[in-house]
Design a protein around this ligand. Structure first.
Ligand code: FA5
Length: 325
């Protein structure tokens, strides 16, 4: 009888100190399972004298009940605690920042192109397009560019046949537009152009924007005003423009145009007054009509504006570079 009490006391102590329902279950098996310590006491019944059996049986049953009840109480307590812990783990911390998806943006060249388009549209220019695959007549001859000109050399251009090539500049769009329309006109034409160039300031495929203005009595003053206005809007109020005498077969006189950036002059475009021969080639009377034209390198504009040293960065698709702009 004493043994029963000791067993019950031990069981209760173990139940009390159980930390989780698993441990509790092990305790249940240990005492109340088929071969459990309390269950096994019943087997001793047959060894006892007849008259002690009922009392012993009752005591074992009572022990069973006591331990079972205690286990159930503890189980309730532990499973409530475990449920709470589980929910705490599952709980969403609404103060945490959400998973954010990276958002892309326009390529730096597209941005520059749109900025320039906005500037010229606001001055009354219209955007037109021309083909990237050109014929030599539109790309060279009509632009008064004779056979001997180095730009016509296969070393400098990409030819499909003798007469078909990837355009080397956007100037053929001048020709296509003037052939289709009557003056006066004010157009710009951005697009890809191609040359056999490749170094830190030259790409084989780059972007130009052609600007053409045709009207009566157009002078260099109009050209210079337009360039200064453009430079002011792209590079800022204090920017300065310099015209340097140069040569293009399709303009006379011709200029290279530099902008002052910091304390250095940087060339960004070629410009000039439309050559009378070009007007003749498209059926405009050069005595009646005059005009200016220029062709900007968009990569160069972006390089000046953002201080980019290597033109090849534009096409490397390096996210770190692209994210800066
Ligand atoms: C021309 O292409 C003339 N069509 C520009 C023009 C138009 C003059 C209308 C007069 C009237 P040029 O070859 O200099 O000119 O090129 C113009 C600009 O394109 C250069 O100032 C430069 O900014 C850019 N450029 C030229 N070659 C490359 C190249 N390989 N990579 C990147 N930019 C270039």
């Amino acid at each position: 009888m004493n043994e029963i009490q000791i067993l019950v006391d031990e069981a209760l102590k173990e139940i009390d100190s159980a930390k989780d329902s698993n441990t509790l279950n092990n305790i249940r098996v240990k005492y109340l399972g088929k071969k459990g310590l309390i269950t096994s006491l019943m087997k001793k019944l047959k060894d006892l004298p007849q008259e002690e059996r009922p009392k012993f049986g009752a005591m074992v049953n009572e022990a069973k009940d006591t331990v079972t009840q205690k286990i159930n109480e503890k189980l309730k307590e532990l499973s409530e605690k475990e449920k709470k812990q589980k929910y705490e783990k599952l709980a969403v911390d609404i103060s945490l920042p959400g998973a954010r998806r990276d958002i892309g943006h326009l390529h730096i060249l597209t941005q520059i192109q749109r900025e320039l388009e906005d500037i010229f549209i606001s001055m009354g220019f219209e955007v037109v397009e021309g083909p990237e695959v050109e014929d030599t007549w539109h790309n060279f001859d009509a632009l008064n560019t004779p056979d001997w000109h180095p730009a016509r050399d296969v070393q400098d251009s990409f030819y499909f046949t003798d007469k078909i090539l990837l355009r080397t500049h956007t100037s053929p769009v001048q020709i296509r537009t003037m052939l289709q329309r009557k003056p006066p006109l004010a157009i710009i034409s951005p697009g890809r152009v191609f040359r056999r160039d490749y170094d830190s300031t030259h790409l084989p495929m780059f972007t130009q924007m052609e600007v053409l203005f045709v009207d009566k009595n157009v002078t260099i003053k109009h050209l210079k005003y337009t360039l200064e206005e453009m430079a002011k809007r792209i590079f800022g109020e204090g920017s300065k423009v310099r015209l340097r005498p140069s040569f293009f077969p399709f303009t006379e006189p011709s200029y290279e145009v530099d902008v002052l950036f910091g304390d250095t002059w940087l060339e960004i475009l070629g410009a000039g007054m439309v050559d009378p021969n070009v007007f003749k080639n498209v059926g405009y009377d050069p005595n009646e009509w005059s005009g200016f034209a220029f062709g900007l390198g968009l990569e160069r504009i972006a390089m000046v504006k953002f201080g980019i040293k290597d033109i090849r960065d534009f096409i490397r698709n390096d996210i770190k570079f692209l994210e800066n702009y």
